[in-house]
Design a protein around this ligand. Sequence first.
Ligand SMILES: O=C(O)CCc1c2[nH]c(c1CC(=O)O)Cc1[nH]c(c(CC(=O)O)c1CCC(=O)O)Cc1[nH]c(c(CC(=O)O)c1CCC(=O)O)Cc1[nH]c(c(CCC(=O)O)c1CC(=O)O)C2
Length: 365
Amino acid sequence: MTADDRIPAPTSPSAPEAARPGAAVADSAFLRACRREPVPYTPVWFMRQAGRSLPEYRRVREGIGMLDSCMRPDLVAEITLQPVRRHKVDAAIYFSDIVVPLKAIGIDLDIKPGVGPVVDRPFRTREDLERLRPLDPDDVTYVTEAVGALTAELGATPLIGFAGAPFTLASYLVEGGPSRNHEHTKAMMYGAPELWADLLDRLADITAAFLKVQIEAGASAVQLFDSWAGALAPEDYRHSVLPASAKVFDAVAPYGVPRIHFGVGTGELLGAMAEAGADVVGVDWRVPLDEAARRIGPDKAVQGNLDPAVLFAPRPAVEAQARRVLDAARDLPGHVFNLGHGVLPDTDPDALTRLVEFVHEQTAR
Ligand SMILES: O=C(O)CCc1c2[nH]c(c1CC(=O)O)Cc1[nH]c(c(CC(=O)O)c1CCC(=O)O)Cc1[nH]c(c(CC(=O)O)c1CCC(=O)O)Cc1[nH]c(c(CCC(=O)O)c1CC(=O)O)C2
């Protein structure tokens, strides 16, 4: 690895370094780890760190639907900040959901409590593609407003923007909701490859536009969630999915912010997911981070990978398992500590706060 391979820290020609909050954000442990630079301690954040595990979240969400709350900048900002205040995590993640950009372009969908995203008329034919128009920044002015408010509040703590990757979004659209087997999605992928490619291409443009809005408003990094990619064989992933994800990563590359790529059950896909254009690859708990880094290849940072279910065990067991993650990552130049998937809704929030403290203490340099 040479210094030239690294993502340059954003710079501005004006104002003395220390006086600018932008400089403090760029120098944060999280962004340094993403760039594989030395860090004072291993940075920590958690997927789904905001949300149902927090009583303060349940309070502010009372009587307000999930999608409605995603469109209210005041609520988005408050919910995004809650885990930062409580857990002292090293990054905030913008509170939203992967289906928000689809809702924003007029797709008839809802997030049903206890179920997840549900699409009224699932996508099955070429005519359905006409419902997928490009996303205009004016469709999501609430995102620009919320990100602006957040970056002002967050000071030196970076904000991560995110979006669902084309394959995972396609799965929701084609199945009509969460799916275990993705049978209709795969039927289209194998049986109507041109329609499939066009669907993913349109989703790539929508996703890229949604990430750009977040970056232009002030997000310091972005994460592309291809949560369901692990359902695919490597050859199918490379042939039928990777080009669309690569299109998203290429579109945001000029901004120079770290691009994180994450999926579940992706042990066999880690190399291909890195090739799609990520700077940081998120790993679930099934592959130890040293082995994951070998599969991901050189010049990429890794993120992960404590099993979220471990947080239900007594404190010494949580610490032992967190230690195991840190040991596997010991010799890696860039490690962002995270769970291997999102915080489970019934997690004890105090266990998360203690985990942040533990990782910071154990890795203080
Ligand atoms: O299980 C299923 O198949 C449906 C999953 C589901 C989705 N949105 C949903 C649900 C219902 C639920 O979580 O109960 C609906 C959803 N999205 C979210 C929440 C809040 C919470 O989890 O308590 C909820 C539950 C809403 C509620 O009922 O109060 C918020 C959300 N979704 C997401 C994120 C990004 C992140 O994880 O950090 C975030 C923001 C978290 C934050 O700001 O800290 C991303 C998301 N949404 C979704 C997926 C697809 C993969 C998956 O299913 O896990 C993914 C990507 C992923 O987690 O891998 C779809």
